[in-house]
Ligand binder design. Structure first.
Ligand SMILES: C[S@@+](CC[C@H](N)C(=O)[O-])C[C@H]1O[C@@H](n2cnc3c(N)ncnc32)[C@H](O)[C@@H]1O
Ligand code: SF4
Length: 383
């Protein structure tokens, strides 16, 4: 039986030494009005996979085999399972894969029938994350989704049959969402072991932001706070543990890939717009799909830019990432500087953050952004 609690400090801190690989698949059937990821409708799928395989083969292995692979998007299930399996096999060949490695894929409900779920499992994936978003038909329409609630429930059942670990993504705070509690209960009833809940965010440059600018209702922060707390109580009553601002898991089912990134661990990344963290450097690939493919085809690097994370900046980032976790973060220089600052004293007195002799954590996750702003505003400190 899996028992590891993902809100235990010793459990989450261990991920700092583990390593992962992310693969971005940018293709979608259509563009959701709220989405600002590096995606496009259709394209040269074979050319893109070819470029990915070149990029993977040219990268340097870590000192240890991969503990996690995450194939995200976009809509990875735009590719046939056999092609996705080739990508996993290429990663395993180049980097090695730990025997207990997590191998995750994101999928959209309209693509997931029992046959496809079985094919993905056979292709090497052992965790699937389904973009359900809502089980309310009006909300799914408002979000411009291609699936309806019945398809989502059927897809969850297919995933449950085929996979040892199943996540559902939900979006809360869509204006007019009267079915939020039913959505949360519905996905939990399907037997998922992991749940991600995201506040609908109006990203600049999206169709949603243009609609809001033209008078469509924007998400209401108070409604979103209520929805967040409701999800928390329903998920926790079902035995899931909140281990990050937006993420819940049954003990033993936390997402290893996410835990590596929040522990400031190292990860390789492949595909257009993909971000990596290796050897103290954060770098990211060119965003446009055609230019990404062209670069790989001509033997050029796909990296568009990079930043060296050293000294105080690295320490501040460690605390910012670590504070997203329920277990918080070892206090260190930046944590000590926060606690010693007027803002830190105020946040502590108000119960927004909490601390013991070694650690600091956010006690009111709804105010996590305010805490992050104060951490970013800290002056470099030697304490
Ligand atoms: C990049 S998407 C990929 C998953 C898949 N293509 C899908 O849409 O189901 C990953 C998740 O991010 C979340 N997401 C994307 N844009 C968002 C936004 N503007 N506000 C809130 N959540 C968002 C959704 O829950 C989505 O499932
Ligand atoms: S939300 Fe998912 S399906 Fe929709 S455009 Fe973004 S990546 Fe594609």
């Amino acid at each position: 039986m899996r028992t590891e609690r993902p809100d235990a400090p010793a459990v989450v801190d261990a991920y700092a030494d583990r390593v992962a690989a992310y693969v971005h698949i940018p293709f979608c059937r259509r563009l959701c009005p709220y989405c600002d990821f590096a995606v496009q409708v259709g394209g040269d799928l074979d050319g893109y996979v070819g470029a990915l395989l070149v990029e993977i083969a040219a990268d340097d292995p870590f000192a240890r085999p991969l503990d996690a692979i995450y194939v995200g998007g976009g809509t990875p299930t735009s590719l046939a399972a056999v092609r996705l399996g080739e990508i996993v096999a290429a990663l395993a060949e180049r980097f090695g894969l730990a025997p207990d490695a997590e191998v995750s894929i994101e999928a959209n409900p309209e693509d997931l029938d029992p046959g496809t779920a079985g094919d993905l499992r056979e292709a090497g994936f052992n965790r699937i994350s389904l973009g359900v978003q809502s089980l309310d038909p009006a909300v799914l329409r408002a979000l411009g989704r291609a699936h309806d609630p019945d398809q989502a429930v059927a897809a969850l059942a297919a995933c449950r049959q085929a996979f040892p670990t199943v996540n559902a993504d939900l979006i809360f705070g869509t204006p007019g969402d009267a079915g939020w509690e039913s959505s949360v209960r519905g996905v939990l009833d399907s037997g998922i072991d992991h749940l991600s809940v995201y506040a609908l965010t109006v990203e600049r440059g999206t169709a949603l932001s243009r609609a809001v600018a033209s008078g469509a209702p924007a998400p209401d922060p108070d409604d979103q706070a209520d929805a967040y707390l409701l999800a928390q109580s329903v998920a926790e009553a079902a035995g899931l543990v909140r281990y990050e601002t937006s993420n819940y898991a049954l003990p033993g089912y936390a997402c290893a890939y996410n835990l590596i990134t929040w522990a400031q661990g190292e990860y390789a990344a492949f595909g257009n717009g993909a971000h990596r963290h290796r050897g103290g450097v954060r770098s990211w690939n060119i965003r446009r799909v055609d230019r990404y493919v062209e670069r790989l085809q001509t033997g050029a690097s796909a990296v568009s830019n990079q930043e060296h994370l050293v000294g105080w900046d690295r320490e501040v980032e460690r605390v910012l990432l670590g504070l997203r976790r329920a277990a918080g973060v070892a206090t260190g220089r930046a944590g000590a500087a926060l606690l010693a600052s007027p803002a830190g004293e105020r946040l502590l007195a108000a119960g927004v953050i909490a601390a013991d002799d070694h650690r600091l954590w956010v006690a009111q996750p709804l105010l996590g952004d305010e805490v992050a702003r104060e951490v970013l505003a800290l002056a470099p400190s030697e304490c």
